[in-house]
Design a protein around this ligand. Structure first.
Ligand code: PEP
Ligand code: MG
Length: 320
């Protein structure tokens, strides 16, 4: 099977009727960038930058981060680079920062909330990314955004960073901005946020956790945390419908997109691009080329009508 999949290595992901599907990779470190050419990924759809903090005792400086993002651009050689700002808190602990002790960390000061409470940390990362963007196109996305007020604060900080860089006569580039849609509130509030965004990406891991009110790390909640459910499909569909109205492209970067049975259905629903684990990428290419786009649209219509998880799982295991 592995050998069979090798033929997709140098091919783009396409449906049987040759519709190209941008297929990007989720990575956590520069060392993984070298794997992209093994699977022919169209770039990085999610660079989880908090991984750079996992094994260090002090926060990387602006210059260290700048070097990292410049290296990333160079390794990608013109392919898409999507950086997510540090997503810390909840299940993501980092030794170099003291996080508050909270009763419900997943509902606490995590992701962008942590950064808005510590703007200096965020500014260090923003400045490094803005400077790196002088050397190539970067898409920047923010995790755990619920409402437009958070975007107001972020864009104020970005303007502040740009002013500082201007005064210091340091070069910087313009970025494309996006958010990870990972709470039901974010889905509901898209209309106010989309006019300010260039793209969005659905983080189905957290979106499922927050929609089902079920801890994604708790192994005894597997039934309460179904990866595929009518609720999550409806949230995804609402996100797509709202984004299409605003002409903003939508990707999925959560685990759901790595499932070769589900990915064609996401495309059928109208998702523009997927970002998945490097080791799922060839399997997805193989899955996409089996049918025409019109079939995936039909599958999407069908699954959106199903009301039970069992029916959904049965449906997807029989369509191919
Ligand atoms: C998600 O929540 O789906 C996601 C892509 O981000 P992470 O798994 O890093 O929280
Ligand atoms: Mg997440």
């Amino acid at each position: 099977r592995k050998q069979q999949l090798q033929k997709f290595k140098h091919l783009p992901a396409t449906t049987r009727d040759n519709v190209i599907i941008p297929l990007l990779a989720n990575v956590g470190s520069l060392s993984e960038f070298s794997l992209l050419s093994d699977v022919g990924a169209d770039g990085i759809g999610l660079f989880r930058t908090e991984f750079m903090l996992m094994n260090v005792s002090v926060m990387p400086t602006e210059n260290t981060q700048y070097g990292l993002y410049c290296d990333a651009l160079q390794l990608l050689d013109g392919k898409t680079l999507t950086i997510r700002t540090l997503d810390i808190g909840a299940d993501k602990e980092v030794p170099c920062l003291t996080l508050p002790t909270e009763d419900n960390p997943a509902l606490g000061v995590r992701g962008t909330r942590y950064f808005l409470a510590h703007p200096q940390l965020l500014k260090t990362q923003l400045r490094a990314i803005l400077r790196a963007a002088n050397h190539g196109k970067i898409r920047l996305m923010f995790p755990m955004i619920n409402q437009v007020e958070e975007l107001d604060c972020l864009f104020d900080l970005i303007e502040e960073c740009k002013r500082e860089l201007d005064n210091e006569e340091r070069g910087f580039g313009e970025l494309d901005y996006g958010i990870v849609v990972e709470t039901p509130a974010a889905v509901m509030n898209l209309a106010s946020m989309l006019p300010r965004l260039h793209f969005i990406s659905i983080g189905t891991n957290d979106l499922t956790q927050y929609a089902m009110a079920a801890d994604r790390t708790n192994p005894s909640l597997t039934k309460a945390y179904p990866s595929l459910s009518p609720a999550i499909l409806k949230l995804i569909m609402m996100t797509i419908a709202e984004s299409k109205q605003h002409g903003v492209p939508v990707s999925v970067c959560g685990e759901l997109a790595s499932n070769p049975k589900v990915a064609p259905i996401l495309i059928g629903m109208g998702i523009d691009e997927l970002s998945v684990n490097v080791n799922s990428l060839l399997e997805l290419k193989s899955s996409f080329c089996s049918q025409d786009l019109s079939t995936y649209k039909k599958w999407a219509q069908d699954v959106l009508r199903l009301q039970r998880i069992e029916e959904l799982n049965h449906y997807i295991s029989h369509c191919s």
